[in-house]
Design a binder for this molecule. Sequence first.
Ligand SMILES: Cc1cc2nc3c(=O)[nH]c(=O)nc-3n(C[C@H](O)[C@H](O)[C@H](O)COP(=O)(O)O)c2cc1C
Length: 356
Amino acid sequence: MRIDRLIRFPHYPLSFLSLCLCGFSFRGAIMNLHHPVTVGGVELPGNLFLAPVAGYSDAAFRSLCYGEGADLCYTEMVSSEGLARNHPKTRALLARAENETRYAIQLFGSKPEVLAQACRELLAYRPAIVDLNCGCPVPKIVRSGAGSALMRDPGLLARIVAAMAEALGPAGVPVTVKIRSGWDEGSLNYLEVASRAVEAGAAAVTLHARTRAQGYSGSADWGQVAALARELRVPVFGSGDVSGAEAPARMIGQTGCAGVMVARGAMGDPFFFRAAIAALEGRPAAPPTVAARAEAARRHLGLAVAFLGERTACVEFRKHFCSYTKGTAGGAALRSEAVRASTQAEFEALLGRWAG
Ligand SMILES: Cc1cc2nc3c(=O)[nH]c(=O)nc-3n(C[C@H](O)[C@H](O)[C@H](O)COP(=O)(O)O)c2cc1C
């Protein structure tokens, strides 16, 4: 049995995979779970991605994640209606950092013709991938028929994907979808929704294995990721409860998914990518020092100021500061000051104290 077959069909020798993930070798070679993935005609160099995270996965943070080895980073969700109206705040979400040689843009909306028009406009930004949000549980988004509301209307979801694929196909940009398990426990329709999306032209599917009713609490059901990976002929990416550097390797080992998206596990921790890729490749990785983490936060703030201006960047950075310092000695006292900080110099002083 070849190792690549073991990776594709992990349900066969799960115990074997577990041994490899614990560091055992097979004929002297550690299994490498970090590998390129092809989405449509686009080859991604690896299979560990920063998920779309509204309020967090902006150009500044994506830039740091790419610097630490992320294979693809998704923008925050972008309104297709906002693009149609040329809303400046919507356009600002499409800012791209210098080291972003590839990026994925996530759109939300509920009208096929508006999403198709948005896709045509996005071509100017040269995205690697355009993703459709079918998972946002926020009431305002759901009321508009977008986000996780699409899980209740697979026909509309398929029409949207087809319209997006028609707009992007000639330029060779694949459409992907990010779905949830279902609307609630009583309607777990991810297999049907994903199949409809693929029939309509989706080149990959990400499953956040929670229902809309769960929001972001409770456990993600990785068994559903495994079931979807067995079902589809396109790559399946897993999302949900990816926390700790060993989690992506565990998720791939347990589910056979082609790649992993990390969201909350990477907030305030761009080093997550370096550590998780090392784990996927069966290598050890030294944890970053506090000084290195503070330096990353300083660079993050500097980029945010360049993109957003000092005032907005500093307000936004308060939550990032809390993420960076979470769980560190003396962090709580610094955070209580950070929530009032409003200039780059104030944050620099706090970061200096954190680094010691
Ligand atoms: C604050 C926040 C914002 C999010 N924004 C988006 C978004 O814009 N688009 C999207 O598809 N998912 C979004 N998500 C969901 C994440 O991409 C991810 O699927 C989810 O958090 C599960 O992963 P985790 O358990 O590793 O955090 C968001 C999650 C959080 C916590």
